[in-house]
Design a binder for this molecule. Sequence first.
Ligand SMILES: Nc1nc2c(ncn2[C@@H]2O[C@H](COP(=O)(O)OP(=O)(O)OP(=O)(O)O)[C@@H](O)[C@H]2O)c(=O)[nH]1
Ligand SMILES: [Mg+2]
Length: 259
Amino acid sequence: MYINYIIGPAGSGKTTLTKALQDYISTYNQEISVITINLDPAVQNLPYKPDIDIQDYITVNEVIQETGLGPNGAMIAATDRMVDYIEDLKYEINQYNDPEIVLIDTPGQMELFSFRNSGPMIANALGFGSIQRGIIFCYDSLLCGTPNGMISTLLLAASVQFRFANLPQLNLLTKKDLLSMEKLERILSWMENDLTLMDAIESLEHGVLREYTVSLARAFIEFGATSELLPVSAKYNEGVDQVYGKLQQIMNDDTSPYY
Ligand SMILES: Nc1nc2c(ncn2[C@@H]2O[C@H](COP(=O)(O)OP(=O)(O)OP(=O)(O)O)[C@@H](O)[C@H]2O)c(=O)[nH]1
Ligand SMILES: [Mg+2]
């Protein structure tokens, strides 16, 4: 079993990707069993029907009604309380007779899921025995068009990697259909070639921000965090096959933290 946590900034395309991947795998690889889990206690409408849904146990609206908290406080409380249902989630996963791939759609407020204790606790508790775990991190095309936006997203991705104790992390550039070919190639080149990223920072950023961005970029390059980005459009099913190919590669060899 390979459990994938799909994580990324709000609106980066996690839910759409969860649906596209499930559709792709179940259509073209029928010998592989795949299930989806929704771990977002606040989502109202999902484009897919999750096989397992945290909202069967807890929703933000219930927490608001029970506690009188506002939406933000209730989201924090609901995310923290998800750990109370770990045994139920495990039990439900077991009902699916050892699925090969489990896709977990995580909440938009990634700082709650990733930076509080609940996300890493759930990831540890669900990954026992020979179960493999990994992260699919969504870099939103709309946020990565400038070197500064790219470095900001890299900071988030690196924090997630740090919090989830170096699980293998597959980095995707989502919503590629929103970029011109020229812009797409430019963004990909920043991650493939350190000098290109540095050149872009030098020419596109200014003043203190430029100095700051250069320092951060250097740290990422040294750390090896500027790994390949796989472009995908979940909306138009472009590149989803390659994402699946990478998942298979990780399943067969999960010794490297970068893909
Ligand atoms: N053009 C385009 N739009 C996309 C793509 N993927 C997602 N979107 C749109 O981006 C918006 C957010 O998509 P979601 O899949 O809900 O993103 P999310 O990361 O799950 O959002 P939260 O859970 O709220 O953080 C929706 O309007 C989607 O239709 C894509 O590949 N291309
Ligand atoms: Mg979502």
